[in-house]
Design a protein around this ligand. Structure first.
Ligand code: NAP
Length: 262
């Protein structure tokens, strides 16, 4: 049965009948993730703080025939996750796929790292994926099928100055991905991380405006350019799809080759 399914190309990447929740879906990588998962047939639940942007994205998806729901949540707030979980329960939603994408960076030098900002970055980038996954995994477990994708970074694998809390949080996301894979795999839930390189979004506007940074990207990325959110669509869909049925605890690096070369 399973072997048959895996030889049918169409069903390898179909998410028909699945519901995917994407955090940080009001823009950037999360909005692009919602578009590709919807294109593969999933119902999508878009989560972030900016309800207007979420509603716009959901309306665009609905216009193409996708069932899309926008839910406001501040995943960095103390009660942010419990409020989101309550809203999901009230709406009768129990996603099959969770993309833990919402994230932030603090570009402080080592001497300037402030405890409050440290807590904020760790809270959103690491604590939120942990406890949102903990809340949503039981329904996936009950169905014997689930996909959790934690959005890491090449800074889950390498260090970088002026990004201490971010780098620490993303390394921890790599560890969390592997520990979740170890425990949830037995229930049919695959947990993997998508680790993007430099993708042009709002999180790095300041770097995009710096010609020296552009030159560094051109020199160090073998593909010679910034990544675009569309470059992540295929890899993200793969991690969420039936095609990834035996992929668990994997760090999928999508960086134009940057970390593959010296
Ligand atoms: N772009 C890159 O080069 C790159 C590289 C590696 C990894 N990443 C990772 O990719 C993920 C997405 O980043 P991006 O590049 O798409 O950045 P982005 O354009 O700044 O998007 C960040 C998203 O997170 C949401 N968000 C921020 N704070 C939140 C909060 N407290 N509660 C709920 N949602 C919140 C934002 O929406 P609201 O403001 O509406 O809440 C937005 O939708 C992050 O985890 C980032 O670390 C990005």
């Amino acid at each position: 049965m399973r072997a048959e399914r895996l030889t049918e190309f169409g069903s390898l990447f179909s998410l028909a009948g699945r519901t995917a929740l994407i955090t940080g879906a009001s823009g950037g990588i999360g909005a692009a993730a919602a578009r590709v998962l919807a294109a593969a047939g999933a119902r999508v639940i878009l989560v972030a703080r900016s309800l207007d942007r979420l509603e716009d994205a959901a309306a665009t998806l609905r216009a193409t025939g996708t069932d899309a729901l926008a839910l406001r949540a501040d995943l960095g707030a103390d009660d942010g996750i419990s409020a989101l979980v309550a809203a999901l329960a009230a709406a009768g939603e129990a996603p099959d796929i969770l993309v833990n994408n919402a994230g932030m960076i603090d570009r402080a030098s080592f001497a300037e790292v402030a405890p409050s900002r440290w807590e904020q970055v760790l809270g959103l980038n690491l604590t939120a994926p942990m406890f949102l996954s903990q809340a949503l995994a039981p329904a996936m477990r009950a169905r014997g099928w689930g996909r959790i994708v934690n959005v890491g970074s090449i800074l889950a694998l390498q260090g970088k100055k002026n990004a201490h809390s971010y780098t620490a949080s993303k390394h921890a996301v790599a560890g969390l991905t592997r520990s979740m894979a170890a425990e949830l795999g037995q229930h049919g839930i695959c947990v993997n991380a998508l680790c993007p390189g430099y993708i042009r979004t709002e999180i790095n506007t300041v770097l995009q405006q710096d010609p020296e940074y552009g030159a560094m990207i051109a020199a160090r990325v073998p593909l010679g350019r910034w990544g675009e959110t569309g470059d992540l669509a295929g890899p993200l869909l793969f991690l969420c799809s039936p095609a990834a049925s035996y992929l668990n605890g994997h760090m999928l690096v999508v960086d134009g080759g940057m970390t593959a070369v010296h």
